[in-house]
Design a protein around this ligand. Structure first.
Ligand SMILES: [Zn+2]
Length: 92
């Protein structure tokens, strides 16, 4: 079922209509050529964006270089991608 949040979250980007198979959203971190998913999957972009402050704070706490990394979100049709924060942060 498509909710309003799936299509309109105020980020200015278009969201593909969501079906049972996805897409799914993750929080992400990038440092140079290194990129990792921090947490997810989330059902829609607003949920991933809402998780980003806590994930960023977590990264800052464990890595002194954390404030210089770039944080954002990622979209995938894969629901079981590996995330740095692991299963505790997975929401379905
Ligand atoms: Zn969005």
């Amino acid at each position: 079922m498509i909710s309003a949040a799936d299509l309109h979250c105020g980020c200015g980007e278009g969201h593909p209509p969501r079906a049972a198979g996805g897409p799914w959203y993750y929080t992400s971190v990038q440092a140079g050529t290194m990129a990792r998913l921090l947490s997810g999957p989330y059902r829609n972009h607003p949920e991933a964006r809402a998780a980003l402050p806590a994930d960023r704070a977590w990264a800052w706490a464990i890595d002194p270089r954390g404030p210089w990394y770039a944080y954002g979100t990622a979209r995938s049709y894969a629901k079981d991608l590996k995330t740095v924060r692991g299963g505790a942060a997975i929401r379905t």
